[in-house]
Design a protein around this ligand. Sequence first.
Ligand code: SAM
Length: 240
Amino acid sequence: MAKLTIVPTPIGNLEDITLRALSTLRRVQLVLAEDTRTTGLLLKHYEIKCSLQSYHKFNEHQALEHICRRIEENQDVALVSDAGTPGISDPGFLLVRACLERGIEVECLPGATALVPALVASGLPCDRFSFEGFLPVKKGRQTRLKELADQPRTMVLYESPHRVLKTLEQLASELGEDRPAAAARELSKLHEEVVRGSLSELISHFSTHSPRGEFVLVVAGATPTKKQKTTDSQADNTDQ
Ligand code: SAM
């Protein structure tokens, strides 16, 4: 029985692709790509010849039926995005859901994504964390920032270089300028850099070093107040 395979691709360094991802791209009858030119370069690098079709946020709704039908006709299909894991701030979710609703098997290969190296390299607790993706650009932005203020887990956000400074400033004003954070830039690329410090220190840094490249922001969760700690430990005792 054919299936849909989600295939992570490198976020910069072309060597960050698994052997299984390469053999899947060689094996399937159809590769769905966010941008066929970007994926074409990757395939060329690995000398993979396959049938490519566009699948991006502007056609993902209308393409679902056709893709599901092809898999039901016993053709194996792989989904890739421009970088990292499809479905993570990239198209993927709708197709996975549509396949599962029709009883089509879905597998997701483990592989590259920007959030994990940024989180782990940040030096902030990573036993529990909350992935926030991109903050809303306009509507709902302030509400989301306010929601984040009391959130106790480490937060991971994606941001474009021209909004990084503004986002750091807004995070500082809602979460406090002393909140520990890190900005991971150009991961796995030539100019990879992780800047660690308080939100105000990151703001100073990027006020003098113009933000360039791709960014992941990692921000420490709120420290529980004394009152919350007491309530939590009382709840723990009741659980036992
Ligand atoms: N699907 C991808 C993943 O699994 O990480 C994310 C795609 S999203 C459209 C692109 C965002 O991911 C960028 O704006 C940036 O926030 C982050 N990103 C991707 N590659 C990166 C890299 N090499 N270094 C830092 N951040 C990166």
